[in-house]
Design a protein around this ligand. Structure first.
Ligand SMILES: [Zn+2]
Length: 163
């Protein structure tokens, strides 16, 4: 008996617009601006979904949850993440660990990281210790630095028992 181990990677960007709710890592962050998108535009959840789907070779988040489908308009991205976990578990995989980075000029993400970890671990049904979230600014450079948008990256490891 051996373990089948695979990695996945996710990248996503959303515009920031004044007056929108700012959802990040499954929680609402108090801020003047929020991310624009068809769903609740939670960029951190989106990259974790994409990394999980990629690791299991199950295409990407837009393939499963089209931004043309009114069913997903304004949807809580935690629902999408739960569905992605169902898809990878149906294929026999379990999560090993997740590592992620949010790129945002302001507000500070660090104070919210413990709450995000608790929330995401609960949604995915995995231990908090397997969910790493990091944050960085881009030193005022580029669209993140100019506060026009938020970006995120994630890698995951998934595994299943080989027959
Ligand atoms: Zn997205």
């Amino acid at each position: 008996m051996s373990f089948n181990i695979r990695t996945g990677f996710g990248y996503d960007v959303h515009q920031l617009k004044e007056g929108l709710d700012f959802w990040l890592g499954g929680i609402k962050i108090p801020h003047t601006h929020g991310a624009l998108g068809h769903s609740d535009a939670d960029v951190l959840i989106h990259v974790i979904c994409d990394a999980l789907l990629g690791a299991a070779n199950l295409r990407d988040i837009g393939y499963h949850f089209s931004d043309k489908d009114p069913k997903y308009k304004g949807i809580d991205s935690k629902i999408l993440l739960r569905e992605v976990m169902n898809l990878i578990r149906e294929k026999g995989y379990e999560v090993g660990n997740i590592d992620s980075t949010v790129c945002l000029q302001e507000p500070k993400v660090n104070p919210h990281i413990p709450a995000m970890k608790t929330c995401l671990a609960e949604v995915m049904g995995i231990p908090e210790d397997d969910v790493s979230i990091k944050a960085t600014t881009t030193e005022q450079l580029g669209f993140v630095g100019k506060k026009e948008g938020v970006a995120a990256y994630a890698t995951v490891l998934i595994h299943r028992q080989a027959q």
